[in-house]
Design a protein around this ligand. Structure first.
Ligand SMILES: Cc1cc2nc3c(=O)[nH]c(=O)nc-3n(C[C@H](O)[C@H](O)[C@H](O)COP(=O)(O)O)c2cc1C
Length: 163
């Protein structure tokens, strides 16, 4: 074993990321979860990747519905991030949220910095996770500060750009 699980978690915790809620729909079923393993993949065509735990409900729904929305969370959406990560709150995640519906059918989280509507175009196995590649069908950008996750804690950006 080249690295133990705790050490690997510490490595990953040293990588600052944004926080997203990824939602999906299949028929009249909607679901979503908090995801930080999100990245851009290609500019032309516009593609993104997600890394999703095989056991998550959202992962299964994306495979069935062949679509997902990536909602980049704002600094004041920490409570939503915790709610969409909590198994106990699995059935009430969308409670009180007035979500618009994207073209693909995926719910769009209000108050996010960016909402991206994606069609699933490829799936790759990655150990206990699945890598999804999505093509962006539409995006909405809002002038809000993003929530940051680093070292197992939520943060906000405090530095000015250094040019
Ligand atoms: C900050 C943060 C980031 C997370 N990032 C991911 C991720 O990238 N991929 C993933 O599969 N789970 C991630 N999770 C865990 C899921 O949100 C969590 O397991 C959720 O309960 C799965 O929900 P579901 O089974 O109802 O779909 C993250 C949790 C937190 C708090």
């Amino acid at each position: 074993m080249p690295i133990d699980a705790d050490e690997f978690r510490r490595c990953l915790g040293s990588w600052p990321s944004g926080v997203t809620i990824v939602t999906s729909r299949c028929g009249d079923r909607i679901h979503g979860m908090t995801v930080s393993d999100f990245s851009g993949a290609s500019l032309s065509p516009p593609l993104v990747t997600l890394c999703c735990n095989r056991d998550s409900i959202t992962t299964g729904l994306i495979a069935e519905g062949k679509c997902f929305a990536v909602n980049i969370l704002a600094t004041d959406q920490q409570e939503l991030s915790n709610r969409f990560a909590s198994k106990k709150l699995e059935d009430v995640r969308f409670e009180g949220l007035e979500c618009d519906t994207a073209e693909t059918g995926a719910p769009l989280i209000p108050g996010a910095v960016v909402n991206m509507d994606c069609s699933l175009i490829a799936t790759h196995d990655a150990g206990d996770h699945v890598i999804y590649i999505g093509r962006i069908e539409a995006a909405h950008i809002h002038e809000r500060a993003p929530l940051v996750y680093y070292g197992g804690a939520y943060r906000t950006l405090s530095d000015e750009a250094t040019d």
